[in-house]
Design a protein around this ligand. Structure first.
Ligand SMILES: NC(=O)c1ccc[n+]([C@@H]2O[C@H](COP(=O)([O-])OP(=O)(O)OC[C@H]3O[C@@H](n4cnc5c(N)ncnc54)[C@H](OP(=O)(O)O)[C@@H]3O)[C@@H](O)[C@H]2O)c1
Length: 231
């Protein structure tokens, strides 16, 4: 179970890192950043929510209450590690880090290249999550929080409910824990099955990016699984 006493490290303090850390902090979780340089925060008065005023990808704003540690200090005692790093950097950062045995590593990355639009460009294992799982045998790798923009990670409320957060992992307990965490954060946490389905969630992210950019739909949407009314 992931609760308010579980130490949570968010690696990367960019758009996704700031949005997730903000959401976790507001929900009462014990969260800190892991960054390659941990300077003192300068902008103490800045709002902690990601503010989006137009459809361009927003710059991250500081989350003053969330401490910043170096990557190794951040992960050393963590129960959960969110990976909010560029896909190209994630493996190298994590294999060097002192991850505790059994730690849940939530992979939020998307391996994407651009060719008149976003194209899924995964490592040989088929997804970034599988790539990380192969490199981190003592971690429980979970794919989640990758298939919507940072604005949705900051605030998952939609016109008719909450954004879906699909969660894929081979470790059933870790998958259940992250589904529950997603629901606590205001998403509709959904079971996406084993880690092999991480490639589908990365492809779903590519669809989201396509729709948001070349598709002209902007960034204020998320996928919501619906069903027929029960009889
Ligand atoms: N942006 C979105 O809406 C979105 C949505 C879903 C998923 N994603 C995925 O989430 C990941 C992060 O995206 P983002 O938009 O948050 O990126 P971003 O704003 O560029 O932030 C990336 C963060 O990673 C850090 N970083 C880069 N290389 C590093 C290294 N070698 N070692 C340690 N830290 C390093 C950067 O630190 P410095 O400040 O020191 O450079 C920065 O804090 C990507 O894989 C992306 O595909 C993005």
């Amino acid at each position: 179970m992931i609760d308010s006493l579980t130490p949570i490290a968010v690696l990367g303090a960019g758009r996704v890192g700031q949005a997730l850390a903000s959401r976790l902090h507001e929900a009462g979780f014990h969260v800190w950043f892991g960054v390659r340089e941990a300077p003192p925060l300068k902008d103490e008065g800045a709002p902690k929510r990601l503010l989006v005023e137009d459809e361009a990808e927003p710059e991250p704003l500081p989350v003053p209450e969330v401490p910043r540690l170096g990557i190794h200090d951040a992960v050393r005692h963590a129960g959960v590690v969110f990976v909010a790093l560029p896909a190209a950097a994630a493996r190298e950062v994590l294999v060097d880090a002192p991850l505790p045995n059994g730690v849940i590593v939530v992979d939020c990355t998307n391996p994407v290249r651009w060719d008149n639009g976003p194209v899924h460009d995964p490592p040989a294992e088929g997804s970034m999550a599988a790539h990380l799982a192969a490199a981190l045998p003592n971690a429980r790798v979970v794919k989640a929080f990758n298939h919507f923009g940072a604005e949705i990670q900051s605030d998952p409320s939609m016109a008719h409910g909450s954004a879906d957060a699909y969660v894929a992992a081979d470790d059933a307990a870790a998958r259940a824990d992250v589904i529950a965490l997603a629901s606590t954060l205001g998403f509709t946490g959904r079971d996406a099955g084993p880690l092999r389905n991480a490639s589908l969630l990365e492809a779903l992210a590519v669809l989201w990016i396509h729709l948001a950019t070349v598709g002209g739909q902007g960034r204020q949407f998320a996928f919501v699984q619906d069903g027929r009314p029960s009889a």
